[in-house]
Design a protein around this ligand. Structure first.
Ligand code: RFL
Ligand code: PHB
Length: 383
């Protein structure tokens, strides 16, 4: 088998890249380890930056996003039992965010590709890639490519196939995780609430007018069996209580624990292999940046590939890694900053709490600080 661009992974990065290449008349083959059902059911991100929604619309996959996505113009930071609204759009030049689940983005992209008569090879795990020669190996076959897009997530094989010593890794593991639930109940909030509490962080988010998505800080190795639904609701009530606010319980449809890390692989290009999305970098979810960064990477890669196939020039491909890494590091910093401001460090004491309070008060009272949060949260136009 031969193709122009071999795409490993049908997550948001791989599927968006495939769509952008299709529109530009560039051929690609998508290989995905899991089944379609699995990919469409994986509950993850929910906050899309305006740059992300603009791109999805331009790529002709914004129809349902337009109808069902919920536009938000602010978020709240809660501490000391009070909520403080950050008016994102007022502070960030009118830009906003859209609440639309990653599951829905993935479903829309899969549907669009199949509707164009182009296949996605599900249940075809890639075993290794040869970055120098542009070869993708999977069980029973090989794919020869001009370029390989490594969009196979943090645990994928593309990065793992690179020779040791050919890249540099930057990493932080955090001593906490998130217990996330999806509940079949109308959200008790109009906008997202990031709550600092002495028992640990909590986040109130949503997926639709009838589905709530809530998170609690927990240990990274927390057993789900320790968290029956009653305990989850009790803890959410405690950590997010405010005067006049009521949190409504409901049936829990899904729950899971995620660890939190920051990770960057430099460079993001090796010969014919271009890493994109979680395959190249991870951020803790507190800044809601992971999916948006993945989309930015593949937009950059698609533009570079269009240049290559239209003119033969490779200047944009050569600039890919440096260009992407500028935004990656901005988002790494923002996500780390939000995370450390809001989570209780295990073994932390009153000194830690005082510093966090002081920072939260500063962010919610200083226009300059609030603007900095807002422009990073909605996504910087230029980095
Ligand atoms: P993905 O989504 O991990 O997709 C990688 C795909 O590659 C496949 N794969 C392989 N295929 C073939 N051969 C192999 N050997 C393969 N190995 C793996 C996998 O099956 C999979 O289908 O990476 P991608 O496309 O880079 O997308 C990244 C995003 O998924 C991720 O950054 C976000 O989910 C992060 N994230 C959030 N990001 C946001 O922008 N806003 C948010 O609000 C947000 N919330 C979150 C999040 C991530 C979370 N978790 C669970 C980590 C909330 C949570 C709880
Ligand atoms: C979500 O709704 O899943 C979500 C929202 C904001 C975050 C992370 C996750 O920072």
């Amino acid at each position: 088998m031969r193709t122009q661009v071999g795409i490993v992974g049908a997550g948001p990065a791989g599927l968006t890249l495939a769509r952008l290449l299709e529109l530009a008349g560039i051929e690609s083959v998508v290989l995905e380890a899991r089944s379609r059902e699995y990919c469409e059911a994986r509950i993850r991100a929910g906050v899309l930056e305006q740059g992300t929604t603009d791109l999805l619309r331009e790529a002709g996959v914004g129809g349902r996003l337009e109808r069902e996505g919920i536009v938000h113009h602010g978020i709240s930071l809660q501490f000391d039992g009070e909520r403080h609204r950050i008016p994102l759009s007022d502070l960030a030049g009118g830009r906003s965010i859209v609440i639309y689940g990653q599951t829905e983005v993935v479903k829309d992209l899969i549907e669009a590709r199949l509707a164009s008569g182009l296949p996605i090879h599900f249940e075809t795990p890639v075993e290794a890639v040869d970055a120098a020669r542009g070869i993708v190996r999977f069980e029973g076959g090989e794919l020869e490519c001009d370029v390989i897009a490594g969009c196979d997530g943090f645990h994928g094989v593309c990065r793992a196939s690179l020779p040791a010593g050919s890249f540099r890794e930057f990493e932080r593991e955090y001593p906490y995780g998130w217990l996330g639930i999806l509940a079949d109940v109308a959200p008790s909030i109009d906008e997202l609430v990031y709550a600092h509490h002495e028992r640990g962080f909590a986040l109130l988010s949503l997926r639709s007018p009838t589905r709530s998505r809530y998170y609690l800080q927990c240990r990274p190795d927390e057993e789900l069996s320790e968290w029956p639904d009653d305990r989850i609701w009790e803890e959410l009530h405690r950590r997010t209580a405010v005067d006049g606010g009521t949190l409504h319980d409901g049936p829990v449809l899904e729950k899971g624990v995620t660890g939190m890390r920051s990770y960057v692989c430099e460079p993001m290009r090796h010969g014919r292999l271009f890493l994109a999305g979680d395959a190249a970098h991870i951020v803790p979810p507190t800044g809601a940046k992971g999916l948006n960064l993945a989309i930015h990477d593949v937009r950059t890669l698609a533009e570079a590939l269009v240049q290559r196939y239209e003119s033969g020039a490779e200047s944009l491909l050569d600039a890919y890694s440096d260009h992407c890494l500028r935004r990656v590091w901005r988002c790494e910093h923002f996500s780390w900053w939000m995370t450390t401001m809001l989570h209780l460090p295990p073994g932390g004491d009153a000194f830690d709490l005082r510093l966090q309070h002081s920072q939260l008060r500063y962010v919610t009272t200083s226009a300059a600080q609030a603007s900095a949060l807002a422009e990073n949260y909605v996504g910087l136009a230029e980095v």
